[in-house]
Write a protein that binds this ligand. Sequence first.
Ligand SMILES: [Zn+2]
Length: 152
Amino acid sequence: MPLLMLQCEKCDRIFSSGIMMEPGASATFVNNKTQCPFCHSMENIPDGTFRATVEGFINVLGQTDDPLKIATELFEALQKAKTLEDISNLKKLENFSKFKKWLPDSPEKIAAYIVIISTLIQLLTKSSSVQIDYNTFVNQYNQAINIEVNNK
Ligand SMILES: [Zn+2]
């Protein structure tokens, strides 16, 4: 089981969420925050259970005609979103209303969702199948945040 890695917003370092994903289990994050071991900053992580969010996106994408196209549109829309109003407007759009339950409820969380969606786009680009296994997702997600840091 891969460990979910997180990137600290403050010092940019990568650290382990300390959460081992057991088969069939969902990781619950206390108050949606976890502490960076390097600078001790409290970092926001996606709402509720990370796994539920990821699987929620995969599930909704699987019901669309063109998952890669929808994921790319959602990625671009989230990159432009800055305020709570932007997010609620986004949830009203026909293409994205299906994702409503899985979209962030505060602007601070947008960055984390952008990483989730960009990871899904990378997986969808590699294989046209939307049958994405959660472990495959975590491995790709960990790589994605590592690449992001190395390019800075
Ligand atoms: Zn830090």
